[in-house]
Design a protein around this ligand. Structure first.
Ligand code: NAP
Length: 337
């Protein structure tokens, strides 16, 4: 089979190889990969900055994949040949609390991921692809959408009528707009681009703020919410943005600490944090049970993933370059027909 392998740090060390098709173990599925999508994590893995101590060359990159089961192991009970399936990144985090070694058992580094014509999935770390979604659409869900779902639904217990602040319009944030709106929340979005703000309005956002024109966007959020602040904030920016988020938060509201686009470090105003009685959640994607729930919800709520561009398998490096430049929604690679 054709497979891309990370053979070292840097895009120049991502190489297209001929590899043997793997054999499924007793509880594994052999999947013909149809499509994968890229996340910020995939870029960080190629750059060698994401958990470098656990990555050992060579491995097939990319955690998010959808495809069709072509062979099942002797003890597989939940899937059969021909099923349309999607991968779950933390292959050992199935339900309940996370474990210390979840990172070491993640697809797309250090475990072989989906940027290959075939991949192995553990039965317990696989979900059925909803009938309402194409393989390309489903491949965008495992990290970006589940992170949002896990934040708002599992941690935040979001209710219709709650207010949600979404920062920027990257892959995670676009899903935050779609999922929160579909669950009946009032969504406010910030972006550097007025054009993208128009696009998120079409996806359900009620209020929008250009964070370049309005750098003190937290004041605008308070004005929009008549001084109450918002109940849920998806903090993908990191760094000093956390202090603006605390200001924009309602009393006892939730901040989901998800990203570090600006910085991994922050000096936090602890007095503001305690005065707000804020609930701070560190989020690391989610477990498979929540992924199953989310898949059913996507069918019911009719949420259609937003795909920026679909690249061919041979253009995988161009897809990575696109991710480096930024996208509206997800960057997808079509692996096979
Ligand atoms: N914890 C987890 O489980 C988890 C899961 C997935 C992702 N993440 C992290 O979440 C972050 C976002 O991931 P992603 O895939 O959505 O990234 P992405 O698609 O690359 O997001 C890029 C967008 O972020 C926005 N942005 C950048 N700087 C900003 C700022 N100062 N203020 C507001 N928005 C800003 C921009 O939006 P505009 O163009 O609209 O300005 C930009 O287009 C990354 O740090 C990623 O590692 C974490």
């Amino acid at each position: 089979m054709k497979a891309w392998q990370r053979q070292g740090v840097g895009l120049e060390n991502l190489r297209l190889m001929d590899l043997p098709i793997p054999e499924p173990g007793p509880k594994q599925l052999l999947v013909r990969v149809k499509a994968v999508s890229l996340n910020f994590r995939d870029k960080a893995i190629v750059d060698g900055v994401y958990l470098p101590e656990i990555m050992t060359e060579p491995f097939v990159p990319v955690s998010d994949a959808s495809g069709e089961v072509v062979k099942v192991g002797s003890e597989v009970t939940q899937f059969k040949k021909g099923d349309r399936v999607t991968s779950h990144m933390f292959t050992k985090w199935i339900d309940g609390s996370p474990k210390k070694d979840d990172g070491a058992n993640a697809l797309g580094g250090p475990i072989d991921g989906g940027l290959a014509e075939y991949m192995l999935l553990n039965e317990e770390a696989t979900v059925m692809t909803p009938s309402s979604l194409t393989d390309e659409e489903a491949s965008t869900l495992p990290v970006a959408a589940l992170t949002v779902w896990f934040s708002l639904v599992e941690y935040g217990k979001i209710k219709a009528g709650d207010s949600v602040l979404v920062l920027g319009t990257g892959g995670v944030s676009v899903y935050a707009v779609q999922i929160a709106s579909a669950l009946g929340a009032r969504v406010i979005v910030t972006s550097s681009s007025n054009e993208k703000l128009e696009k998120v309005k079409a996806l359900g956002a009620k209020d929008v703020i250009n964070y370049v024109e309005t750098p003190e966007w937290e004041k605008e959020v308070l004005e929009i919410t008549e001084g109450k602040g918002v109940q849920h904030i998806l903090e993908v920016v990191g760094g000093q943005s956390i202090n603006r988020s605390i200001e924009a938060l309602a009393l006892q509201g939730h901040i989901y600490v998800i990203g570090f686009l600006e910085s991994m470090m922050a000096e936090v105003n602890l007095f503001s944090l305690l005065a707000k009685q804020a609930q701070l959640h560190g989020v690391n994607v989610g477990h498979r049970r929540a992924f199953d729930d989310m898949m059913r919800a996507f069918d019911e709520l009719n949420i259609k993933p937003v795909i920026d561009t679909v690249y061919s398998f041979n253009q995988a490096l161009d897809a990575y370059e696109h991710l480096y430049k930024g996208a509206f929604g997800k960057v997808v690679i079509k692996v096979s027909e």
